[in-house]
Design a protein around this ligand. Structure first.
Ligand code: UD1
Length: 418
């Protein structure tokens, strides 16, 4: 199992190109199953999660060709309507195949994703939404079996809470349903907007894209899709956090600054200098005494839960008391004990971490518990005195393309060891 050795090397400086967003590619890969023929997806990052999704699609009979950052998915011969436990258990997003398969073929069998590193993550909303569209759902032996006679039927469904995954699944299913579906309180994360636009390119009829009410006029058939993936806002945010924690100056390019608003407001309030261009953001924390911050994670456009661990690492280096409250996953705090091994002073009270920052961080051996927690530990290692060894880096490989290479270009000292 790979580990990272991270040593401090002072402020990071330079410019880093942001890759395509894994959370945008994953639902679009599932959407390709809705058509017959070859869909193309560009700006695809080379990540473990992409390979897992490709394996899930291959099991169903899709043929997949990878060429650099381009994926071609041929869905003409889907013949096995199942997503097996062995694959779904390793990546929750495999569950995205449920909506497209039942909408197109009237039946499928998809393993339940199960728990994850920070507690239970239910799929009840995915199932309720599909039931609202007329699917019969049965759960047996850890598998969801979905059935419908003929096409799904358009309906109004209101998500009781904002769910990115459930919105994506039901939206995909609704594109092939008979009649109109009105999806209220839909998520408006940029990845959902990107999915809706890709589906529109396939011939889906979707109104209200970018708003909380998506109105889908079902069509009988979709064409293969073709489009490029939006930039990864979490990867971009992580590099900006790397600039902040090393008191450096880093420009993230080929990304959408609009997707970063909540995060940039926090950095500004901490005293970081933020410069924004059409497709880039620069964070300058050189020679700055940063200020503490109080963060609450919320659905988009609020502060993303996927950035709270990285921000907590930064706040551990900032003198004063800060807090991080996670309202999306209120026990997503596995990184706290590992940051404490590096000397951070953090206490947990229910869904809130209180960070008494500014003490010295010192290198130690730590263990990555999930994707974003791994990134937070690497950032903390960049600011800690001495060497930090982070094991179980496979979590990080799920979501950061060439992380150590990009950090090295910015002047960091990060080495992968086997
Ligand atoms: C997606 C992202 C993940 C991010 C999360 C929240 C992908 C592949 N993953 O995950 O990186 O951390 O959004 O921004 O895009 N919930 C239910 N029932 C359900 C579904 C969700 O109660 O059926 C709850 C969850 O437990 C959570 C909240 O809804 O508290 C939001 O979760 P959701 O937006 O669905 O997260 P994911 O789509 O799984």
């Amino acid at each position: 199992m790979d580990s990272f050795l991270v040593s401090p090397k002072g402020p990071l400086k330079g410019s880093v190109r942001i890759s395509g967003a894994k959370n945008a590619v994953l639902p679009v890969m599932a959407a390709a199953m809705l058509a017959d023929g070859v869909s193309r997806i560009g700006n695809v990052p080379q990540l473990k999660d992409m390979r897992t999704m490709a394996d899930v699609l291959r099991v169903t009979g899709c043929r997949i060709k990878e060429n650099g950052t381009e994926l071609r998915i041929d869905s003409s011969d889907i013949n096995h309507l199942e997503a097996p436990y062995e694959l779904v258990k390793t990546m929750r997003a495999s569950f995205y195949v449920l909506g497209p398969l039942v909408a197109k073929f009237g039946k499928c069998r998809v393993s339940l994703p199960g728990g994850c590193a920070w507690g239970p993550r239910p799929v009840d909303l995915h199932l309720k939404g599909l039931e609202a569209l007329g699917a019969k759902i049965n759960i047996t032996h850890g598998y969801v079996e979905a059935l419908c006679e003929g096409r799904l039927k358009g309906n109004t469904f209101s998500f009781p809470i904002s769910s990115v995954g459930a919105t994506a699944n039901i939206l995909m299913a609704a594109t092939l349903a008979e009649g109109t579906s009105v999806l209220q309180n839909s998520s408006i994360e940029p990845e959902i907007t990107a999915l809706a636009e890709y589906l529109t390119g396939m011939g889906a009829n979707i109104n209200g894209i970018g708003t909380r009410t998506l109105i889908v006029q079902g069509v009988e058939k979709l064409n293969p899709g073709n489009g490029n993936t939006i930039a990864d806002r979490i990867e971009a945010g992580t590099f900006l956090a790397a600039a902040a924690i090393t008191r450096g100056k880093v420009k993230t390019t080929d990304m959408d600054p609009e997707h970063q608003s909540a995060l940039l407001e926090v950095f500004k309030s901490m005293g970081c200098e933020i410069t924004i261009g059409s497709d880039w953001v620069e964070l300058n924390a050189e020679n700055k005494e940063l200020l503490p911050a109080h963060i609450t994670t919320l659905p988009y456009p609020g502060f993303p839960t996927d950035m709270q661990a990285q921000l907590m690492a930064v706040l551990a280096t900032v003198k004063g008391v800060s807090s991080v409250r996670d309202t999306i996953y209120n026990d997503r705090f596995k990184h706290v004990s590992e940051l404490e091994r590096l000397g951070a002073d953090i206490s947990l009270k229910e869904d809130t971490a209180i960070i008494n920052g500014g003490g010295e961080l010192t290198g130690a051996q730590v263990m990555a518990s999930d994707l974003r927690a791994s990134a937070a530990l690497v950032l903390a290692g960049l600011a800690a005195k001495g060497q930090t060894k982070i094991s179980r880096i496979y979590h990080l490989d799920r979501g950061y393309e060439n992380f150590e290479g990009k950090l090295t270009l910015l002047g960091a000292n990060v080495e992968r060891v086997r």
